[in-house]
Design a protein around this ligand. Sequence first.
Ligand SMILES: [Zn+2]
Length: 144
Amino acid sequence: MRVSREVLDAIAAHARRENPRECCGLLIGDDVRITEAVPTPNVAADPARRYEIAPADFLEQIRRCRATAADGGPAVAVIGAYHSHPRTAPEPSPTDRQEAFENFLFLIGGPVAGGDPWAIRAYRLVGGNLQPVLLVPEAQEGDR
Ligand SMILES: [Zn+2]
């Protein structure tokens, strides 16, 4: 999965802004590339330990993607979601595994603070398990 450095930087900045709460957002793109990370409010009851994206935010982005395509823009869709782990490594938690579903990309960034360096990793639910997906950072859209 290719991803622009702009997207990775935006997720890292969002995670720092929300720390010590988990940040979250939606990923826009196509089968091969993440083109945009859209920050959404974390509506979980305990945002320091969980994340939840409001259905209204999800629907708004789906509509926006369809409108973009209808206007002759790129054929993009909501292909995944991202969230941060403020204090732990970007490995799926038991909750992340439980709440994952197929045909969706799950990006996790972490830790925001602590000894380990910040990293962003991607996963997909395959056969009931979240499997790592290789992320390939690339130059920004205008440089292609
Ligand atoms: Zn998590």
